[in-house]
Design a protein around this ligand. Structure first.
Ligand code: NAD
Ligand code: IPM
Ligand code: MN
Length: 363
């Protein structure tokens, strides 16, 4: 059809600021490729609590299930921190991931030459880094049962459970190996198999799955060492596959290789649905100041074009426009360092710069 339809969930804090720019970019590439973009926008997280008393409404969930792709900004904020856990903004995101069975979260970490000096790490360590973190997203300690808080004689006791089944591990391993075949054909599985039963099953199952991918090499790393290796020598990694919480932590760490958490996009994929989200949160400390970096969300839209909207050319055009925008010195505050060669710009100025770089003839 000549229409591309998506659901937009701006959320809280900087979420609406960065999704606005990303939708503009999507609109531009759609027009360029002869499509009309139709967006349906719904509140989620704190914004939905304020309006409907719940972080995720049935109407929002239904719309998501009718859409080939969802763009999410970010949820959460101090205002809602005292809500009970199923009424917190984060419950909406976790609920959506679970309801839509978005078990595979792809988080690419690729350095831009022009941003080498934005990273606190040394140039020779981060040049040409290209890693894909494949994070399991619907299992592990985020969703394991039982979980509760109980009173004890002296205080309270809280329980979370980390659980993985062979099926859950096998399907994420499959995604990691498949991803590796399109890249450098190396998978590093990160776990804590020296301590945790769930990690021993993880390692054993990943090893078993690997037999179906003889062309891909597999190694295993304990997560504490993995966290260290990511800053010591990130160039050693191609695909990293890991569980829900380890993937959460390692990807925020890895973002500093690129210079900022505001740079990393992600795709959360299942068999039927797909959601695209920057890896960062609602950044309450800078919300409303118009300084948030929209590039993570813009790059998430590129992933959407590739994985869901059948517009691989548009994906490459967006990625190239991000690259040339950075080469021309446009910088939001988080990646700005050199007054001689860089211009500090607002969120919307960065968005407009990317739109202009998509259409070099408009410059
Ligand atoms: P955060 O990712 O929101 O922010 C961490 C730091 O990075 C802050 O200093 C922030 O200003 C900065 N930052 C993040 N994104 C940026 C961007 N695009 N441009 C410039 N700087 C950016 O993490 P946090 O502060 O720990 O969490 C804040 C809230 O966000 C919490 O409620 C948390 O639960 C939620 N959260 C939501 C998501 C999501 O919706 N996907 C992800 C992470 C955290
Ligand atoms: C992320 C976030 C979420 C997570 C939170 C907000 C539930 O940190 O998308 O990385 O932990 O998965
Ligand atoms: Mn996170």
């Amino acid at each position: 059809s000549k229409t591309k339809e998506i659901v937009v969930l701006p959320g809280d804090g900087i979420g609406p600021e960065v999704t606005k720019e990303a939708v503009n970019i999507l609109q531009t590439v759609c027009e360029r490729h002869g499509y009309k973009l139709k967006t349906r926008t719904f509140p989620i997280g704190g914004a939905s609590i304020d309006r409907y008393g719940r972080p995720l409404t049935d109407e929002t969930l239904k719309a998501c299930k009718e859409s080939p792709a969802i763009l999410l900004g970010a949820v959460g904020g101090v205002k809602w921190n005292d809500q009970p856990k199923d009424k917190r903004p984060e419950a909406a995101l976790l609920g959506l991931r679970k309801e839509l069975d978005l078990f595979a979260n792809l988080r690419p970490i690729k350095t831009y030459d022009s941003l080498i000096h934005a990273s606190p790490l040394k140039e020779e360590i981060i040049t040409d880094v290209d890693i894909m973190i494949v994070r399991e997203l619907t299992g592990g300690i985020y969703f394991g049962r039982p979980r509760y808080i109980e009173k004890t004689e002296t205080g309270e006791r809280a329980v979370d459970t980390k659980a993985y089944t062979t099926e859950e591990i096998d399907r994420i391993a499959h995604i990691a190996f498949e991803t590796a075949t399109l890249r450098d054909r190396r998978v590093t599985s990160v776990d804590k198999a020296n301590v945790l039963d769930s990690s021993r099953l993880w390692r054993q199952t990943v090893k078993e799955s690997a037999k179906q991918w003889p062309e891909v090499s597999l190694d295993h790393m304990l997560v504490d060492n993995g966290a260290m290796q990511l800053v010591r020598n990130p160039g050693q990694f191609d695909v990293i596959v890991t569980g829900n919480m380890f993937g959460d932590i390692l990807s925020d760490e890895a973002s500093m290789i690129t210079g900022s958490l505001g740079m990393l996009p992600s795709a959360s994929l299942g068999e039927e649905y797909a959601m695209y989200e920057p890896i960062h949160g609602s950044a309450p400390d800078i919300a409303g100041q118009h300084i948030a970096n929209p590039l993570a969300t813009i790059a998430s839209v590129a992933m959407m074009c590739r994985h869901s909207l059948d517009m691989p050319d548009a994906a490459r055009e967006i990625e190239l426009a991000i690259k040339t925008t950075l080469e021309d010195g446009f910088r939001t505050a988080d990646i700005y360092s050199d007054p001689a060669n860089e211009y500090e710009v607002s969120t919307s100025e960065m968005g407009s710069a990317v739109v202009k770089h998509l259409n070099p003839n408009l410059q």
